[in-house]
Structure formats: C-alpha cells, structure tokens
Design a binder for this molecule. Sequence first.
Ligand code: SF4
Ligand code: SF4
Length: 397
Amino acid sequence: MTKSKVFFADRDAQVWYNMLDKLEHVFMELGLTEAIKPGYKVMIKTHFGQFGNTNYLRPVYVRKLVDLVRAAGGIPFVTESCGLGYGGGGAYGGRTTAPEYLAMAALNGFTEGTVGAPLIMVDGYWGTDIVDVEVEGTDHIKSVDVAAAVFDSDLIIVLTHAKGHGLSGLGGSLKNIGIGLVGKRGKAAMHFVGPAKVDMEKCIGPECSKCLKVCPVGCISMSDKAEIDTDRCILCGHCQSVCNNAAEAKAINLGWRPTHEQSPRFVENALGVLKSIGSEKFYFINMAIDISDKCDCWNVGAALLVHDIGIFGSKDPLAVDQACLDAINEAHPNPDSMVSALEVGDCKFAAAHDHKDPETGDRLQLAEIQFAHAKKLGIGSREYELVTLTKEKPGKK
Ligand code: SF4
Ligand code: SF4
C-alpha cells in the first residue's frame, strides 16, 4: 500500500511559531483553506472532557480552528456526542444527555463564546439521533448508527487529543470517530454484551422506578418489579447508571464486554462513519500533548507518561494514529511515571493499561489490535511519510 502523508509540527514552540501557529500550519498543509468552499458547513469534532480531568485539549485550539474555518469561508460548528450511562458525576453518571454534557463542557471552558461557534451535540438530546449506515466486510457490526449531524456536514475536521485509552491503547482519531461520532447504540455495541437484565431480588419496585424515567426508548415497564423489553433496548446504560445510585440497589447489569473484544468494534463503527458522507470529507488532526494513560472521559488528569510531542495531521485516520503512536513510543518515558522502566520503543499504553489476553495471559497490545483491524477493513494505511513542518525565525538569513 502507498504511504499516506502525515504532517507534523513538533512541540518546540517559539514566540514566532507557537502551538497555534503550528496548528494553522498543519491546517494549511492539509489543504483545508482550498477544500472549504464558501458556505460549507464545517464540523469540528473534539472531546470536551470529563469534569475533573485536567489533561483534555484546551478550548483555544478549537477556537483557532473555528477562526481558520470562518476565514476560509466556511460555517463552523463544534461537536461532541453524548456518553453512555456511566462515569463520574451528573444526574446519570456523567456526560449522558446533551444538557448534562454541555453544562460540563462549560465548566471545562467550552462555550459558544470561547470557541466562537455553536456547540452542537451531534447525536441529539439522548444520543439517539442517528442514521443507520450499513457496512460490509466487518466481523461484528453490520449497521453503524452514525450521529445525525454528520450528514449535514460538508466537511469534518476531527480534532483529537492523542492519549491513552483503556479499550484501544491509543485514543486517537479512529477512536474519536468510532466512538465519538456514533450514537448510544454504537457506543454500547463495543462496551456492553447485553442483554440488559433486572435482578428481581434486588429491584426495589414501583416506589423506586428511577430507571423508567431515564430510558430514552421507553422500553422499561413496571409491575411488581422493573422489566426490560430487550428487543427495543439499545443498551445505553442509563438504567444501570441510575440503578447503581438507587439506594445502591444495583439491580441492572448490562455485561461489560471483555476489553480485547472492544477495539475491533469501534473500528467497524469508524468505517460506517467514514462511509456516511465519504471519507474524502474528513481531515484528522491529533494533538499529542498532555499524554497520560487515560482517556479524557476520566474525571482525573492522570500523570503524564512522556513529554509533549506535537501536532500530527493527515487525511488518513489510520496513518495519523500510527505516526502518533510511533512517536509516543519512541519518546523517553517520564522518569517518575508508571512506565519509567520501559525501553524506548516499547508501547507505553500497553504497559500502563496492562490488560491480559484471557487465553494466553500475555499483555494485550490494544493499539496493535485496533490498527490491524483498521488496515484489514481498508480504512487507511499503516505506512506513512512524515513531513515535518518548520518555520525560520523572522529576520534570520
Ligand atoms: S432503578 Fe433499579 S431498583 Fe429502581 S426500579 Fe429500576 S431496576 Fe428497580
Ligand atoms: S433498558 Fe436499555 S435502552 Fe432503556 S435505559 Fe436501560 S439500557 Fe438504555
């Protein structure tokens, strides 16, 4: 396969070439100024971060892209999707509904005022505003529920904080679209085995009824105990989340899918997202800064594993993630970090997560599982040509 071009600007920021200048440089090299036609609706997909996390991308990077899109004649809007019903904080466990997540986004500094464009929850109030896209050649998912607003976008810039993710090794561009641009059912397809079950012994019954109020598809009924219509259930996890808070009843269990089975599923989701409006309309930018082992959906900014690397940009989501991971693995581990004993070149995320293969007991290489599946599905190339961007100091001869 031919090599995909990946543009790279390092983290060695200077007064005359700071990180925002570098982001603009990557934007220009990607050809976005020419690609954005007057009146184009341009989605900027990012992640607003869980409250309590302090490693998520600063809003100013989003603002920079918004200004660049507008200067190119486009109409920018900034998006994120609703989370599943689990996590820390909020009425349902985190970033579960549009208002819940937008309130959290504001706490983290993302508002229309700060980023300069509307903040849109791409999959609606409950995270169920989706359009089914059939995919072929996949092992698990045959129909991807792509977030509805994707279909009204003329061009999508996927701005990703590159860091670890406990279910995928690297949380990069593929994860940002394979989990972040699908609705609840798509997220559930990788997280939960299902079906959702009510433990009749533990269920409190009608005087509780909390689960009924939060089911976005209304598939829970109540007689003596709660009952779930599993044919209609989308495994969103809302009921499980509130049931865990209902006097500690813990009567609902969705069955967490084993870790090693999850990456291939969200890669298949990513295939559906790319197919929805055509992969040529997507542009990927990975910011490899503030790199810990944890995703930004954790309510903690965990200690950093390596120094900041820089900004990667490509039309190819697999190539940009591969380049990013390679650079992170080639970096010296931070001396006080949990991966300090690793050799340069070892996968820091695999060591930090330390998930074990259930059959062999060997350490799982989740990024490798993710990338190998993406390659098999033809999503992109693992071979890349790294084009390093630089700028001469003004006045230098
Ligand atoms: S939230 Fe849990 S305990 Fe309460 S009614 Fe639903 S299943 Fe029963
Ligand atoms: S029953 Fe299914 S769809 Fe309804 S809240 Fe529970 S997991 Fe979500």
